[in-house]
Design a protein around this ligand. Sequence first.
Ligand SMILES: O=C(O)c1ccc[n+]([C@@H]2O[C@H](COP(=O)([O-])O)[C@@H](O)[C@H]2O)c1
Ligand SMILES: Cc1cc2nc[nH]c2cc1C
Length: 356
Amino acid sequence: MTPSQLLEQTLASITSLDADAMRAATERQAILTKPAGSLGVLEETSVRLAGITGVCPPAVPQKVAVAVFAADHGVVASGVTPWPQSVTTSMVENFRAGGAAVNVLSRQIGADVAVIDMGMVDDVKEDAVVRVRKVRAGTADLAVGAAMTRDEALEALGTGIRIAEELADAGYELIATGDMGIGNTTASACLIAHFTGRPAAEITGRGTGIDDAMLTHKTAIVAQAVARIAEGAGPVDVLAEVGGLEHAGIAGLILGAAARRVPVVLDGVIVSSAALLAQAFSPDAVDHCLAGHRSVEPGHTAALGALGLRPLVDLDLRLGEGSGAVLAVPLIRSAAAVLAEMATFADAGIDAGTDA
Ligand SMILES: O=C(O)c1ccc[n+]([C@@H]2O[C@H](COP(=O)([O-])O)[C@@H](O)[C@H]2O)c1
Ligand SMILES: Cc1cc2nc[nH]c2cc1C
């Protein structure tokens, strides 16, 4: 099957959320021993999980994968980040060794970290942690021209879909998403500016921590690259022009997981920019996602607004790797557990009155 056939087949199998399961979840929330609505966003989360999985009450997700998509970016040659490109590889080796923040946070919740080399400049070895699916050795510099070809964009989307299928087949009930790629906040800003229609100056942020001069330069690069996108360009063209290989992988993962009814937890600005891409292919796919957190990057708030998602955690994080998605998992598990395990008014013999 060609990547484009895989994409078409995946899009055709994505459905809207299960309205019956959501109705049952909403009705059950109303008879649990609490004032109606008092568990706020946890209640909404439980209803969404029912809609995604088609089951009420949805199972508490025990088996959780953290899929961290890694790639390099030609735009680092244009001076948009203070960090050397080699840090992408060094951090992937840190993930493999279990020493990064995402490893520590994942151990806290018993989640398995899977790293996908979508397109790092360096070659890394395959093992139980790192899956080598390199589409090309880094993108071209988006400040100068298209980041990749349409065929490469399609291949990378297909790779992400396959990762979702592998994780679903391995029995993962929830997939948290993450990214690693020096320079990738520039590509993310381009995607967000394009899909939200907001100006580059409003969307472009400091990434790993850049000074005012570099921010001005980065913003100009984003504005110019977005202006190059042709009127009426489809999502594959947008991805090829200004995206990254990890963005493609994450968008594919979101589409593939939605097709399999496996909920996906979004991380920060990079993952959410990839979710906008997934939304351009299939608005229903994003309904199968939960926003883990709100990053301090300005583009993230704009992206969440366009995705129509409310972040579960807001802790001034700007790390990436999947850190904010992993931190939200205990809240998602709690939301499902409340719906499944709380006593009803009838069970507890509590008079709910007539206005409850
Ligand atoms: O997830 C976020 O919101 C986030 C915000 C700022 C930076 N990052 C991480 O920082 C790296 C990219 O930053 P930069 O400045 O090199 O574009 C990349 O590895 C991201 O995971 C991530
Ligand atoms: C050290 C470091 C760790 C990261 N993790 C995700 N992005 C990162 C960027 C840097 C620079």
